[in-house]
Design a protein around this ligand. Sequence first.
Ligand code: SF4
Ligand code: SF4
Length: 285
Amino acid sequence: MVSGKGGTGKTSFTACMATLFKKKVLADCDVDAANLNLLLNADVVEEHNFVSGHKAAINRDICISCGGCREVCRYQAISEDYRVDGFSCEGCGACFYRCPAGAVTFAKALCGHFFVGKTKKQEYAVFAELLPGAENSGKLVTAVRKKALEIALEKGSKIILTDGPPGIGCTVIASLTGASFVVFVTEPTVSGVHDLKRVMELSRHFKLPGAVVINKSDLNRSYSNEIVFLCLERGFNLLGSIPYEPLVSQAQRQAKTILEYAPDCAASNAIRQIHRKLNRRLETL
Ligand code: SF4
Ligand code: SF4
């Protein structure tokens, strides 16, 4: 599931699909702000370190203050008294190779963690957290997807439901690579239409089939119609439209999906219809 922007209801929709699809593994690829696990009440059963890239450090007991490391550091990451600023260090290794005294260590950097959670239905959800200021978020997305695939193969799950991050950056590309089907969750607003176009182009670039869900579709009929035309123009099917439902916020406050909180409301009925359509589409892949 991707949206091109935040706030379209993508994660809430993914959580609803998670309650409807059987035998699946969930992968929350929004590594900067994972929250699917909160909606699904997943308990952590495994925790893994995510180590990527390197960071320099200087042992000042060995340092002979020759200044060589400061000369070669292009990121001004080393202070006058030869301390490395971890946020500025880009892990290029120049100081490590330049140091004549062997005072620079160049260890792998801990950039975050990824977790395996078990939902109340005893299904698996993989999610992650990037440490503040850490980079390589695309690689962390790949680690989450790899773990989800490993669990799916081990447990015989046919579907991996992925909640993609917002935007069209490297984390989204890492979320889409190798996907068999993309669901674009959008909303009828200026930015919703604009960002839908961008993420459609990205999917087209990777030759991925996909279809669109319009969330809060009755908030602006004119933009909803524009999205329908966009689907026709770009060759993506419309999976369905979900009307605005104020109870969604109340459901979220109680860590429930709208399907659990108000199963008979119009939005829940629309979501179940979309699930049936999506399920039929996935069976053809
Ligand atoms: S690894 Fe590169 S960026 Fe980091 S302190 Fe050394 S020279 Fe500077
Ligand atoms: S290059 Fe090595 S010895 Fe020279 S100042 Fe830097 S850390 Fe110290």
